[in-house]
Ligand binder design. Sequence first.
Ligand code: SAH
Ligand code: SF4
Length: 345
Amino acid sequence: MDEQKKMPKSLYGMKPNEILGALGLEKSYQAKQVHQWLIRCVTDFEQMTDLPKMLRADLDHLMPSLTSSTVIDSRTDSSGATKLAIRLHDAKVVECVLLTDKEERKTACLSSQVGCAMGCSFCRTGTMGLVRDLQAFEIIEQFVHLRRIAPDTSHIVFMGMGEPMANFAEVVQAIKYLHDPQGFNIGFPRITISTCGLVPGILKLAEINLPVKLAVSLVTADNGLRTHLMPVNKAYPLDDLKTALLRYQHVAGKRFTLEYVMLSGQNTDSDSARRLAQFIRGMDVMVNLIPWNPASELDWQTPDAKEIAAFTRELDLLGVPYTRRFSRGRSVNGACGQLAAANPQ
Ligand code: SAH
Ligand code: SF4
């Protein structure tokens, strides 16, 4: 059997034949057994009861933990949202959240990066800057940690820390593994990638024909204001974004979501509604209204019920289709845009 120094950081992301090689197993059916136990999210080889006892002990000695990452903190709020802080192999910390909706459907909100380079001024993660990209196995392991808490977690959204399109290859690799019918078997339509509008990523997603759902953080359809709020708009202004989205829709043939973070006094007046109506013309979209989740270090305001109602009335008049997202997880800083783990330098 291999020496400890040759062991991989994680077995997640590997197919049975890769596990066979990585662990130096003699029988291919044993690699399949290990793979199945990984999908069941056991924590160590000792629990893999259909492997010979001696083998389990050997493997356990070589690899005491099946994940490269460890949960160091877990907080649950009154809405049932649970936020995990996860320490990675290099001591960096990433966060992910388990959300439960009215229908008891459980969604894993995963991070694609530690921090984020995009610098959106309303987002707590943006204040961290980019610490580093996550590898595919580190993305998968977030899901594993959440599944250990809630084995019936059925949906995935990339709305945690980071910009998934800026770490495209690893995110796609993780998605393919999480989708694998021999593995976690999460259907592509149950997986959503959310992007701040990185045009090359949107086009690449259309090209590779990965039938996941797409969400785009629009926030405002006013080009000047968008550049002010989201530096990405300098590189990819609204016209370019719309061209890319039209192309995506043409190829993918699917409705997508526009995330609209409502900032009091900024993007909720009738002019904003009109611009939004104009932006979506010719596209099949659902606008997801998200009242801004407060972050103490940021100076925006959450619109009150009256301001939100006035805005939605405008949208009704203009025939803009929208839903309102209930901000679960707020009190544990686990709602959208509130993830910002303290990280060692
Ligand atoms: N980087 C990707 C995905 C992570 S952000 C993106 O920007 O889409 C996930 C979602 O949280 C996005 O829709 C973003 O617009 C939203 N968001 C960020 N900060 C927020 C805040 N403080 N309140 C509410 N939503 C926020
Ligand atoms: Fe990054 Fe998304 Fe936050 Fe912008 S909203 S800083 S892209 S995580």
